[in-house]
Design a protein. Structure first.
Length: 328
């Protein structure tokens, strides 16, 4: 194993000279590679199927049967409200219906004997129909005190606690189906011409350290009147770690071009400065400062300046920067 000397130019605060084994530092030849062109937009993960369950009657929360993160089936009991007011309203409506029904029966018998007019019988019938409708509405209101899941899914958020007062329209639960997720991004008007050519996109999740290919890209045909941006929905493949509300970055692909690139592992960073180890013709290594562009492909960077086609770059920059081991 023949050692070679690596001469380090003054950059990144490194001025020492180290020695490496020639076969211990693999290199890659820098050549133009096809790189996807496009632009990046920030977005938010959202569920395709999501429901917010709200209170339909006033009442205090007396029972809670579900919490955030819990998987529930359709029709599962989520919460109960104090339904005493609704129950009393139902009893009053039932009493009014009984009175209207008896009144109608008397009017019908009297009209059969020609003691009352047809108009009086028609009014009694109308009163009976109105009382029946009131009874049905009051019964439905009483049943609304029991809160059930409208869809099967995962409870994203519980908005009320036991003892809270719920009013009609108050959100109580948010439930989503985890099998279908998408991200929504706002695109300014000057990007719309490019967006109409987009057929694919790559979605990055910085918090998860993952990126996935979009399954579909849909540009909605409307623009917000206040912000003058259009909404783009990007469908995602199954990704169990993603949840609604998570931040994501969408890279829309508009075309491709040949550019010089280097692997991310070959880049050595010190603050804002980036460099790579270049293998010279005589086998020595030179630390060369670069100007990098955006990340491209799977773990690479576009090289804007500092390298030329045919240069040999050490793949593992951290390993090249280590001091030589004793005996080498």
């Amino acid at each position: 194993m023949k050692p070679i000397a690596a001469v380090l130019v003054f950059a990144l605060g490194l001025t020492s000279t180290v020695t490496f084994a020639a076969d211990a530092l693999p290199v890659v030849v820098v050549r133009p590679q096809p790189v996807a062109l496009g632009f990046v937009a920030e977005s938010v993960v959202e569920a395709v199927h999501q429901a917010t369950v709200g209170a339909r009657v006033a009442g205090r929360v007396v029972e809670v049967h579900a919490d955030a993160g819990q998987t529930v089936a359709r029709g599962a009991l989520l919460m109960r409200l104090d339904a005493r007011e609704a129950s009393e309203a139902a009893r009053a409506a039932e009493a009014q219906y009984t009175v209207a029904r008896l009144s109608y029966e008397r009017q019908r018998q009297l009209q059969a004997q020609n003691f009352v007019s047809q108009a009086a019988l028609d009014k009694a019938r109308a009163d009976l129909d109105a009382a029946a409708a009131e009874r049905s509405a009051a019964g439905a209101g009483q049943s609304h005190a029991t809160i059930v899941a409208p869809i099967a899914g995962v409870v994203a958020r519980r908005h009320a606690e036991a003892g809270d007062m719920a009013l009609p329209g108050t959100p109580l639960f948010t439930i989503y189906q985890p099998g279908g997720l998408r991200v929504s991004a706002s695109i300014p008007q000057h990007r719309l011409a490019e967006m109409r050519r987009v057929r694919t996109a790559r979605v990055e999740f910085p918090e998860l350290g993952k990126s996935v290919e979009a399954t579909a890209v849909q540009l909605l045909p409307t623009a917000d009147a206040a912000t003058h941006v259009s909404l783009v929905r990007v469908s995602l493949p199954p990704l169990p770690e993603a949840v609604p509300g998570m931040f994501a970055r969408v890279r829309f692909i508009t075309g491709s071009a040949d550019k010089l690139t280097v692997p991310a592992s070959a880049v050595l960073r010190r603050g804002e400065v980036a460099a790579v180890y270049v293998q010279l013709a005589d086998g020595r290594l030179s630390l060369r400062q670069l100007r990098l562009g955006e990340a491209v492909g799977d773990g690479g960077f576009e090289v804007l300046a500092g390298l030329a086609a045919g240069d040999k770059v050490v793949v593992d920059a951290r390993r090249a920067a280590l001091p030589p081991r004793p005996g080498n």
